[in-house]
Design a protein around this ligand. Structure first.
Ligand code: XMP
Length: 527
């Protein structure tokens, strides 16, 4: 069970999710304003929402019409509780309807970039923003009359009441989406709601996150011991560093070197991470064992199963050794995991025991482990995890690292995994990463798998000799969350450099190809 409260618990803004993809984005924008936000489903009873003691509530957009039969609704109590509320899009219409305004089922839609005219430039939300501004709209129904006691603050050509507010009751509404980039002054409007409307201060900083988590971890673990599987990825590294800061030598990290890591990653964990955190680390070199188990296997799911199975065996053995090597009355009762907020939201749980997707589970730890979970990143988005990592002084190479699958390069070799093939792929991957970093493109891409088509050969010519080598595929993608992705339009000269270097420097690879498939229909990884 994750700790949910502590003396350092931050002021919380609840984002009520009405079922569109916008809630996470709103929550992120609120956090960018340095105010802590949490997403709750619209089906949560109002009493439960209010029991969380929110300092403000934001009602998200949603795909429904307020007139639809199964339209999600909201208990009126939310508007009567004295908590400042901002309704956005669907949330705006719900608010209008609930408080006695008029929402017309117009049938016509307003979608995309739209001009907004602010009629009350001194209003709480719009102060300091231009009278004419561009906003992002996405709605069918429209509000034609604000509820009694509300001031209309903006309109569009189509919608007479595009924003309203009642400063006395601290209730605000806007038809457009302030959370999307295309709304020029969206962030400012959100901040006006938070700071001016709700009287909040921008006090949720990485420093305060670290303090809060350290306190919560200490309260949870007490004098017992914890164990953490480091994968080399950002999440487990930052989770481990936080727990280390909280309980020091009560934590032992285990790093299983399965031989499927990228070039330099094992050394970064073994040396740089330990140097930065002072963590107790047990490294298990299990590459022989993994490669032995993978011999002759080409099927991707089979590979994943084998890697997962071996990982569990090695991890359990390491755990037994840790207990044997340092016997103590204090049991190893906790397992540290780098579960992130989007996983928590997607699995439907705000609090409580995590329902961890096996996909996101480092190497696939078993679900029946007799551990209590410590999940210090449960409240954080990925970019926030990176900021916390930075705050904790972790090496930039780890904090800025792209997502990397638990089964590692094992699922980036199409065909059987052998040591020789891993060595080839490691070299090619290192070159691609080097060139992308040198070109300053790391921030533009989500990740760039390099895939070795080990069972394919093609003819080439190098010097005066004919070659018969393997192709690699570059798979640069841009994404917000890996659920969907687009292929990244990398500059040709960067692609050219990567291609030239790989074909020159990695013998056996004589062709570099580019994957130009979005997700869907393709996945990011090839296996
Ligand atoms: P796909 O290929 O499903 O990948 O589009 C989405 C994201 O998940 C990563 N990925 C994995 N991560 N174990 C992991 O821990 C896996 O088996 C696995 N397969 C894919 C992938 O790198 C991408 O970030």
């Amino acid at each position: 069970m994750a700790p949910t409260s502590s003396e350092n618990a931050p002021d919380t803004v609840l984002v009520v999710d009405f079922g569109a993809q916008y809630a996470q984005l709103i929550a992120r924008r609120v956090r960018e304003a340095r105010v802590y936000s949490e997403i709750v489903p619209s089906t949560m009873p109002a009493s439960e929402m209010l029991a969380k003691n929110p300092k403000a509530i934001i009602l998200s957009g949603g795909p429904s019409s307020v007139y639809a039969e199964d339209a999600p609704s909201l208990d009126r109590e939310i508007f009567e509780a004295g908590v400042p509320v901002l309704g956005i899009c669907y949330g705006f219409q719900l608010m209008a309807q609930a408080l006695g305004g008029t929402v017309d089922n117009t049938g016509s839609r307003e979608y995309g970039r739209t001009g907004l005219t602010v009629s009350k430039p001194a209003s709480t939300l719009f102060e300091g923003t231009p009278v004419e501004q561009q906003v992002w709209m996405s709605h069918g129904d429209a509000c034609s009359e604000a509820p009694a006691g509300f001031t209309v603050t903006a309109s569009t050509d189509e919608v007479p009441v595009a924003a309203f507010e009642n400063d006395e009751r601290k209730l605000y509404g806007i038809q457009h989406h302030p959370e999307v980039m295309h709304t020029t002054f969206g962030q400012q409007e959100l901040e006006h709601f938070l700071y001016r409307g709700a009287g909040l201060t921008p006090s949720w900083t990485t420093e305060s996150i670290v303090d809060e988590q350290v306190e919560a971890i200490r309260a949870q673990v007490g004098s017992r011991r914890a164990i953490c599987a480091l994968s080399g990825g950002v999440d487990s590294a930052v989770a481990a560093a936080l727990v280390q800061k909280a309980i020091g030598t009560q934590l032992t990290c285990v790093y299983v070197d399965h031989g499927l890591m990228r070039k330099g990653e094992t050394e970064q964990v073994e040396k740089d991470f330990v140097a930065a955190t002072g963590v107790q680390l047990k490294v298990v070199d299990a590459s022989e064992r993994f490669l032995g188990a993978l011999a002759g296997v080409s099927d991707p799911e089979q590979k994943r199963k084998i890697i997962g199975r071996e990982f569990i065996r090695v991890f359990e053995q390491a755990q037994a050794e840790i207990v044997a090597e340092a016997p103590s009355d204090e049991p190893v009762a906790f397992l540290v995991q780098g579960t992130l907020y989007p996983d928590v939201v997607e699995s439907g749980g705000g609090t409580g025991t995590a329902n961890i997707k096996s996909h996101h589970n480092v190497g696939g730890l078993p679900e029946d482990l007799e551990f209590e979970l410590v999940e210090p990143l449960r409240k954080l988005f990925k970019d926030e995890v990176r900021m916390v990592g930075q705050e904790l002084g972790l090496p930039a190479e780890i904090v800025q690292r792209q997502p990397f699958p638990g089964p590692g390069l094992g699922i980036r070799i199409i065909g059987e995994v052998t040591r020789e093939r891993l060595d080839l792929l490691r070299e090619a991957d290192a070159i691609a990463r080097e060139e992308l970093t040198a070109a300053g493109l790391d921030g533009d891409i989500w990740q760039c798998p390099v895939v070795l088509l080990a069972d394919v050969r093609s003819v080439g010519v190098q010097g005066d000799a004919r070659t018969y080598g393997h192709p690699v595929v570059l798979r640069p993608v841009s994404s917000e969350d890996a659920m969907t992705a687009d292929w990244s339009r990398l500059p040709y000269d960067v692609l050219g450099r990567i291609s030239t270097r790989i074909t020159n420097e990695v013998s056996e690879i004589n062709r570099v190809t580019l994957d130009v498939t979005s997700k869907p229909p393709g996945t990011i990884e090839w296996e």
